[in-house]
Design a protein around this ligand. Structure first.
Ligand SMILES: Nc1ncnc2c1ncn2[C@@H]1O[C@H](COP(=O)(O)OP(=O)(O)OP(=O)(O)O)[C@@H](O)[C@H]1O
Length: 287
C-alpha cells in the first residue's frame, strides 16, 4: 500500500487570544479575546480596516508572534504550548505563509520554477517525494506559460499568483495569506482570489486570507470580521453562553433578540439536554 505524507487540511482554533505591543511610548492592544474556529479544509477571510489587528492575528497563527494571552490550536495541537523547536517544525512543514507585497516572497532573478523549487528546498527525505512538483503548482495557479521566465518581469497579478504557489510549495495543511490583492486592479484581484480558493479545494488545504476589501471577503465564503482587535465569528454565535439570573431571567444575545423581539411570544420546547425557543407566528399564536 502506498502511504502519502502530504498534509491534509488542518483545523484552527483560537481561544480568547490577546496581544499587547509594549513600546517605550506605551502599550497598544492589538488583539482582544479573539475566539474563532476554522474547519479543516475550509477557506475563510479575516476582514477588517487598517490597524484592526489582522496582521497581528496572522503572525500569532503563523507562530511568529507569541500572544500575550489565550491559546491557539492547529490541527488539534496547542501551538501556544510548543517549544521553539516544535514551532520551527510546524512552520517548516505544516504552515504556508504568503506575506503582504508579493515581491517579498520571491527571488527576482530566478524563474518561476526556480522559485517554487527554492521554497521546497528545506523538505527532505521521503516527504520530498510526495510534494507537488513545481509544474503542478504553477499549473494550479495558471502560470505554466511563465515557468521558465525570470520573475523580475512579472506583473503584480503574476507575482501574487507565484507567491501563492510558493506558499503551497511545501504542501502545508494551513495556508495563511496576508492582503493578496492590495496592489491589484479589479480583474487581477478577482482572478487571484478565485485561484487561492481553487488551490485550497484542489489540495484540501485550510486557507485563511486577511483582507481589508469586503468584495474579496465575499468571494471567499465565510468571513470573520475584526474590529479594533475583536473578532466577530458568526459561527460562534450558534453556541453562546448566557447566564440565568437569580430571578430566573435570561438576557438573550442581540442577534437572538432580532429574531425574537421583546414582546414576542415563544414556545418553550423541552429537550432532554435543555430547551429550545421557537417563535410563534401570529397565525399560530392562538393554538
Ligand atoms: N510592532 C508593533 N509595535 C507596536 N504597535 C504595533 C506593532 N505592530 C502593530 N502595532 C499596532 O497594533 C495595532 C494592530 O496592527 P496590525 O498591523 O495588526 O493591524 P492590521 O489590521 O493588519 O493593519 P494594516 O492592514 O494596516 O496592516 C495597530 O494599532 C498598530 O499600530
Amino acid at each position: 500500500m502506498t502511504t502519502t505524507t502530504l498534509e491534509t487540511g488542518l483545523s484552527l482554533h483560537c481561544e480568547r487570544v490577546g496581544h499587547v505591543y509594549s513600546t517605550p511610548t506605551g502599550d497598544t492592544v492589538a488583539l482582544q479575546d479573539v475566539t474563532l474556529t476554522v474547519r479543516a479544509g475550509e477557506t475563510i477571510a479575516v476582514l477588517g480596516p487598517s490597524g484592526s489587528g489582522k496582521s497581528t492575528l496572522l503572525a500569532v497563527i503563523a507562530g511568529l508572534l507569541a500572544p500575550t494571552s489565550g491559546q491557539v490550536w492547529v490541527g488539534g495541537d496547542e501551538m501556544t504550548a510548543m517549544s521553539e523547536r516544535e514551532l520551527l517544525m510546524l512552520r517548516a512543514h505544516r504552515l504556508g505563509v504568503v506575506v503582504q507585497d508579493p515581491s517579498r516572497n520571491l527571488l527576482p532573478y530566478g524563474t518561476a520554477e526556480d522559485n517554487v523549487r527554492f521554497a521546497q528546498r528545506g523538505v527532505r527525505g521521503f516527504r520530498r517525494a510526495s510534494l507537488p512538483t513545481p509544474a503542478v503548482l504553477l499549473h494550479a495557479l495558471g502560470l505554466t506559460h511563465l515557468a521558465g521566465r525570470a520573475v523580475g518581469g512579472f506583473s503584480g497579478g503574476e507575482q501574487q499568483r507565484l507567491a501563492v504557489a510558493m506558499g503551497m510549495a511545501t504542501s502545508p495543511g494551513l495556508l495563511l495569506v496576508d492582503e493578496p490583492t492590495s496592489q491589484l486592479d479589479k480583474a487581477n484581484r478577482d482572478a487571484v482570489v478565485e485561484l487561492i480558493a481553487a488551490v485550497g479545494r484542489q489540495f484540501g488545504t485550510t486557507v485563511v486570507v486577511v483582507t481589508h476589501d469586503p468584495e474579496v471577503a465575499e468571494r471567499l465564503g465565510r468571513t470573520i470580521t475584526i474590529t479594533q482587535g475583536r473578532a466577530d465569528d458568526e459561527t460562534q454565535h450558534w453556541q453562546q453562553h448566557v447566564d440565568v439570573d437569580l430571578d430566573g431571567r435570561v438576557q438573550l444575545p442581540d442577534d437572538v433578540l432580532r429574531m425574537l423581539p421583546p414582546g414576542s411570544r415563544v414556545r418553550v420546547v423541552r429537550r432532554p439536554d435543555g430547551v429550545e425557543l421557537v417563535r410563534e407566528d401570529e397565525t399560530e399564536g392562538g393554538r
